[in-house]
Design a protein around this ligand. Structure first.
Ligand code: ASP
Ligand code: MG
Length: 469
């Protein structure tokens, strides 16, 4: 492995000891080329978000700003020798950035919180944390350089949830980053801000909350495309061992998933495992770039971490995840049968109202169609169906609060696994209201009543214990 893109989350920068651990990690990976993607200090992005909400409440704003300032000054006082060159440089940088931030507040007061102001404000957390880490590495004798992602990562205009423009990003990475990584004479660590990018015009954009994982994989993709060295890996340093088979809030002794492939990982990340940014795998999947999720407290760990790659053990169930707050809407009518376009109509109404539909189930008899929306969208969805005028009195539209259990892993495609799942549910008399499994998916989703969720997860986990990795 010769190039490693490592992402350090907010809790990896939180105190002096955390910086010491980054020093250790840097030593452990001494002989590889390193790109460090850095999140904001823990809680910083929330503080910035609060500032955007309190622009007109001067006292509140000052208070939050003071907390943000203190958080960063505290850290630099702890990690640098007083009056050292790095300390002074970092202090100046912080002063300058904080005053830039205050200038934006002035603009927002004058012009309103336009989406680009919001993203610009949110970007300050990573701008300062990454600068601090870069100076820290220098102070410990490493060759290191700071590059804000606004120079590298070009996105579309969707502020707050921007999507990378890969070709343009590749070109920038080829121009600015590859020469640093391929310099045979120097081994420079490149410190890059997570979470942020810029659009073509030059406005700062952000990739969505938790977006630093995504930055790491987007950069890995572009380095692969543009560089000559294809031996690349991503490591996400987290405060957990890796992906767990079940959220420990449901089952405290849930097991760690050591290996899963991109497909399985996407299912698990999408369903609220919350350890991984759901979009971040798309960038590395096609190139087969492996990604590790590792515990920052155990940098030398040999076994207990998660690897996402092209390899998976097909004989196991990988995980169970749950969606707690779902509403199932069912539309039933004899007149649905063999009428083309009914589903199109339903989903068009949802799409027009910006409502995302997750699970969909329709019987082959076409008498009824059921689909799931988020709880907070349900009222809007029902109103929109009603107002559309399309569904006459011959249609019955019902809705119910439900939960979804999602069981992931190739093993779930076996009939016998399904038999065991249903036998387990039967023990607790849990009825399945709807279910889906499509040809492509290694995922089995069951809709049950909301009140039965905990029971269902426990009984499936207990009865199928051997089938989990
Ligand atoms: N700082 C950003 C957030 O808190 C991005 C990240 O941490 O990945 O959402
Ligand atoms: Mg974070």
């Amino acid at each position: 492995m010769t190039i490693i893109i490592m992402k350090f989350g907010g809790s990896c920068l939180n105190d002096k000891n955390a910086f010491k651990k980054i020093f250790e990690v840097t030593k452990i990976y001494e002989n590889v080329k390193k790109v460090y993607v850095v999140s904001a200090l823990r809680g910083s992005t929330d503080l910035l978000l609060k500032m955007t909400q309190d622009i007109d409440k001067e006292k509140e704003l000052d208070k939050t700003m003071a907390i943000f300032e203190k958080k960063h000054f505290d850290i630099i006082e702890k990690i640098f020798e007083e009056e050292s060159e790095e300390f002074n440089k970092t202090k100046d940088w912080l002063d300058r950035k904080l005053s830039d931030l205050e200038d934006v507040f002035g603009d927002v007061k004058e012009f309103g919180l336009e989406p680009y102001y919001k993203d610009y404000i949110l970007s300050f957390g990573e701008m300062v944390s990454t600068y601090i880490l870069n100076q820290f590495l220098k102070s410990r004798g490493f060759e290191s350089i700071f590059i804000p992602a606004t120079k590298l990562l070009i996105t579309n205009d969707e502020f707050n949830n921007a999507y990378p423009l890969y070709n343009l990003t590749n070109a920038r990475v080829g121009r600015l980053l590859i020469p640093l990584l391929e310099n045979p004479k120097k081994s420079t660590i490149v410190c890059i801000t997570g979470f942020i990018g810029r659009n073509k015009i030059g406005y700062t954009t952000t990739l969505g909350r938790g977006g630093s994982d995504y930055t790491a994989t987007i950069l890995a993709h572009s380095i692969y495309e543009m560089g000559s060295d294809k031996d690349i890996k991503v490591i996400l340093w987290k405060d957990v061992d890796g992906l767990l088979s079940i959220d420990p809030n449901y089952i405290p002794k849930a097991s760690l998933i050591r290996n899963l492939d991109y497909e399985e990982a996407k299912h698990i990340a999408n369903f609220g495992a919350k350890v991984l940014h759901p979009k971040c795998l798309e960038a590395i999947e096609k190139k087969r770039i492996p990604l590790e999720i590792r515990n920052f407290d155990k940098p030398l760990e040999k076994i207990d971490y998660t690897t996402i790659s092209g390899y998976t053990d097909k004989s196991f169930i990988k995980g169970i995840s749950a969606v707690e707050d779902a509403i199932i809407i069912s539309i039933t009518s004899g007149s649905l049968v063999d009428v083309p376009g009914v589903l199109a109509k339903i989903f068009k109404i949802m799409s027009k109202n910006s409502i995302s539909v997750s699970l969909v189930a329709q019987s082959a008899s076409e008498i009824s169609t059921s689909f799931i929306v988020k709880k907070e969208d349900a009222e809007k969805a029902l109103m929109a169906l009603d107002k559309s005028g399309y569904f006459s009195d011959f249609f019955e539209i019902k809705n119910e609060e439900v939960a979804i259990i999602n069981i992931t892993g190739l093993k779930v495609l076996d009939n016998l696994t399904k038999v065991k799942i249903f036998q387990a549910l039967e023990k607790k008399q849990i009825k399945v209201k709807a279910l889906t499994q499509s040809i492509e998916e290694l995922n089995f989703s069951l809709v049950i009543s909301k009140g039965k969720l905990i029971d269902a997860i426990n009984v499936i986990h207990n009865d199928l214990y051997e089938d989990f990795e």
